[in-house]
Write a protein that binds this ligand. Structure first.
Ligand SMILES: Cc1ncc(COP(=O)(O)O)c(C=O)c1O
Length: 405
């Protein structure tokens, strides 16, 4: 099994929780076994005034919706959290958190290797709104600690970074930051890992966010964001942001993500198994320059991963030999693997970070991090591993002919 050797054995009842949390048929009309999609934007009232919204009462669907509630309760359970909130996208969840806990003049520490959209938000929007941003290598606890200022309000990073797949010791970072000041909000984007592999709140983070568009939904047919926290005060503040900005998922999208989440515990082990086979094959391939996959013992943070997670997900980054043209020709030559951004769906996807997901990260920043023009990020899907490998082999031979490597 691909993830053998990981000391964290897993979270008890994960599959049962994924299937049943937030989903009690006794609460649904007709006792339906699956949550109904409640499309209503408004609800009949028996009285005037503002009812207690926390008690299964609804007045207007931006403020609360029964289908969204099922999703929020389920993600909270899977993250071992008290509270969950759903947003219309991962970016809405991330920017909602930052707007809630930082104001003009405050300082925010952000991991230096993050999704291109997150990078853009911090360096082109949050900074213009008066936030001071430092982007630092989260693998070094000392670097993080020395970046903390009196005005630091938020430390934000990805538990496994995009696209370099660096693994952060979430427990060490959260502990060091909270030791300096326990009111600094530590926010972890756990999109790549998923709660199946890692639970950042158990490791000391304050808030965990997801682009649920990825593994959590798992079927590449919804854009959605989720966050979870154990703090009731943070939940209240984030809830006001959620309902006031109005960046909420539709009832139909809430239903689909909740449905996708029911099989997360079945999909993640298969993603990991396939990814390990592909990573080992790539590592032995003469046309490949370098493979970044934290499940491989050769990955620099393989031991950190074993400390903070129970396994690796299905994403592999690798660079091809030759020039950028060879890498892009490879991407255009696959037949099973689709050339597309995004990740975490049942189908294999591959993309070129330098010209796609991270094109808006300044070239100097990309080069300093090591995001090269021959780099490819692949989301290994749930197809048969032998077919994925045969497709990669064929495309590599087309893109980098014999004698050119
Ligand atoms: C790690 C990570 N976080 C956040 C996002 C943004 O999510 P969304 O596209 O759902 O807004 C992405 C999107 O690719 C991502 O990869």
């Amino acid at each position: 099994m691909s993830n053998s050797g990981f000391p964290i054995s897993g979270f008890p009842s994960f599959g049962t929780d994924a299937i049943h949390a937030g989903q009690d048929p006794a609460k649904f009309n007709f006792k339906s076994a699956v949550p109904p999609i409640t499309m209503a934007s408004t609800y009949q009232r028996s009285d005037t005034g503002i009812p207690d919204l926390t008690n299964g009462k609804y007045i207007y669907s931006r403020l609360g919706n029964p289908t969204r509630d099922c999703l929020e309760q389920c993600i909270a359970k899977l993250e071992n959290a008290k509270h969950g909130l759903a947003f219309s996208s991962g970016m809405a969840a991330i920017t909602g958190c930052i707007q809630t806990f930082a104001k003009a003049g405050d300082h925010v520490i952000c991991g230096d290797d993050v999704y291109g959209g997150t990078n853009w938000y911090f360096n082109n929007i949050a900074n213009k709104n008066g936030l001071e941003i430092d982007m630092v290598d989260m693998r070094s606890v000392d670097t993080v600690v020395s970046a903390v200022r009196d005005s630091t309000q938020i430390v934000f990073f990805e538990s496994m970074t995009n696209p370099l797949l660096r693994v952060v010791d979430v427990a060490a970072v959260a502990e060091a930051v909270h030791k300096i000041r326990d009111d600094i909000v530590v926010i972890v984007d756990n999109t790549f890992m998923t709660p199946w592999n890692m639970r950042p709140l158990d490791l000391g983070a304050d808030i965990v966010v997801h682009s649920a568009t990825k593994y959590i939904n798992g079927h590449s047919d919804v854009v959605c964001g989720l966050l979870s926290t154990n703090s009731s005060n943070m939940r209240e503040a984030l809830f006001m942001t959620q309902i006031t900005l109005g960046a909420v998922p539709s009832p139909f999208d809430s239903y689909l993500v909740n449905r996708g989440m029911k099989t997360l515990h079945l999909r993640m082990p298969r993603h990991a198994e396939n990814a390990m086979k592909v990573a080992e094959w790539l590592e032995a391939n003469p046309r490949i320059e370098k493979v970044f996959y934290p499940g491989l013992p050769s990955h620099p943070e393989h031991d950190i991963l074993k400390k903070v997670a129970r396994g690796a997900p299905g994403i592999i980054t690798f660079s091809t030999k030759g020039k950028e043209e060879n890498a892009t020709k490879f991407l255009k030559s696959t037949k099973v693997v689709t050339l597309a951004v995004s990740l975490g769906g049942y189908e294999s996807l591959a993309e070129h970070p330098a010209s796609m997901t991270h094109a808006n990260v300044p070239k100097e920043h990309r080069e300093a991090l090591g995001i090269t023009d021959t780099m490819i990020r692949m989301s290994v899907g749930l197809e048969d591993a032998d077919d994925i490998i045969a497709d990669l082999e064929n495309a590599l031979k087309v893109a980098i002919p014999d004698g050119q490597f």
